[in-house]
Design a binder for this molecule. Structure first.
Ligand code: NIG
Ligand code: FE
Length: 398
């Protein structure tokens, strides 16, 4: 059995046992065997290994878990972005433009876009990514979007209820019937999760509840786009249905925050407690739509588990960079650097209900980032700087 030792780590973020909320260990080493973390401890006591990577005293942390990305699409919407920066509002109306381009694309074109963005994300430290459909919006194109997504990740999400496509504009009930019937049947074999854009102009709460219930009935886990563009019942619907995550959470009432906090449960985890419904914040969307950011502080102070994700998509947030989202969350959303790094790693894992990623403890998947910096703090302190020196995924240096 070949063992790899990552040695001479100045600051190791484990999200497990160690100093502070990030479980930090200093002068540490990590032993990797068969793609898993086999041992974590002081560098001075590191076991022998066949191969060794010298971290040179730098910081090492778990790979980022990006729990919300829309990578299966064709075309871009740079002109829409430029119009927004000149004062136009974001409404989500551009989704239909991307649907047209996606339907017209070949499988290989879609696959190469996913491959390109997946590679881009990996180079910026993302070792686990969720990928949604949602730009096909007919049976064949939703199914093929998920088939292609499944080539790249096990966390695939069926988002047939992204918007009502143009051909169903005057009969949304019929579209909901299509999503719950033949579309779900074609999508489910390739999907782990179901998602709905529950928002004025997309799907109302009754449609969203019906669609998510159909997905649950065939074994899909629930996640939801909610309260992005305005207040509404989406977050509370997510709590009602036991969603793993409600995403965006930009416009929240006290009742929404209370509902999320009410899902708090004790766990065997490092934090001792978390909320079974995570609030996933997507600051790239507020950045790219020039909108007010969600109030992360309010959620954290209420005891809600928070994740950070990119929302990578060609309309509202065309970034694949988790370090960028960390920097935004710290600067604009009143998160501390430690909270933001936790939310981008362990928080993302919670949002995907995974315990094998987002932590560096024995048994976890060996997904490690070696920074070109002495501390995780630099991810927020040095925004826009390529600090990801080396990525190890599944125990394999990339
Ligand atoms: O999460 N809000 C809905 N969906 C995406 C945006 C999709 C688009 O504009 O193409 C989001 O922001
Ligand atoms: Fe999204």
């Amino acid at each position: 059995m070949s063992a790899l030792l990552v040695d001479n780590i100045g600051e190791l973020v484990t999200n497990g046992v160690g100093e502070g909320p990030l479980g930090i260990r200093r002068s540490a080493a990590v032993l990797i065997e068969e793609g898993r973390v086999a041992w974590v401890g002081p560098a001075a006591y590191a076991p022998a290994a066949d191969r060794r990577i010298d971290a040179g005293g730098a910081a090492v942390l778990p790979g980022f878990v990006d729990s919300h990305a829309h990578l299966v699409f064709a075309g871009d919407r740079a002109a829409e972005f430029a119009a927004r920066m000149a004062g136009e509002p974001y409404t989500g109306g551009g989704i239909r433009t991307t649907v047209g381009a996606t339907r017209a694309a070949t499988d290989e074109e879609l696959r190469s876009t996913v491959r390109r963005l997946r590679g881009e994300a990996l180079r910026q430290g993302t070792t686990t990514i969720e990928i949604k459909s949602g730009y096909g919006l007919n049976v064949a194109d939703e199914a093929r979007s998920l088939r292609i997504a499944a080539e790249f990740t096990e966390d695939t999400t069926f988002l047939g209820a992204h918007v009502v496509p143009a051909e169903y504009a005057d009969r949304p009930d019929d579209y909901v019937g299509l999503v719950c019937g033949p579309m779900l049947a074609a999508a489910a074999p390739h999907a782990k999760w179901i998602d709905v854009f529950c928002e004025r102009g997309a799907f109302d709460v009754d449609h969203a509840r019906a669609i998510l219930a159909c997905g649950q009935a065939v074994g899909l886990g629930v996640r939801l786009h909610a309260n992005q563009l305005g207040p509404g019942p989406g977050v509370r619907l997510g709590v009602e249905l036991g969603a793993a995550s409600v995403d965006h959470c930009t416009h929240l009432s006290d009742a929404d925050v209370d509902a999320l906090a009410s899902t708090r449960i004790d766990c065997m985890c490092h934090e001792g407690q978390h909320t079974s419904t995570v609030a996933t914040l997507l600051p790239g969307a507020e950045f790219s739509t020039r909108s007010p950011y969600p109030d992360a502080r309010r959620l954290l102070d209420a005891g809600v588990t928070v994740a950070l994700a990119t929302d990578c998509n060609p309309g509202s947030s065309y970034t694949s960079s988790m370090p960028f989202c960390i920097a935004l969350a710290v600067r604009e959303m009143r998160m501390t650097p430690a909270e933001a790094v936790w939310a981008a790693t362990a928080g993302g894992a919670r949002a995907l209900r995974r315990d094998d990623v987002g932590v560096l403890t024995p048994g976890a998947r060996a997904d490690l980032l070696v920074l070109d910096a002495p501390s995780y703090l630099h991810l927020a302190y040095r925004p826009g700087v390529p600090l990801i020196h080396q990525v190890i995924r599944n125990g394999v240096p990339q």
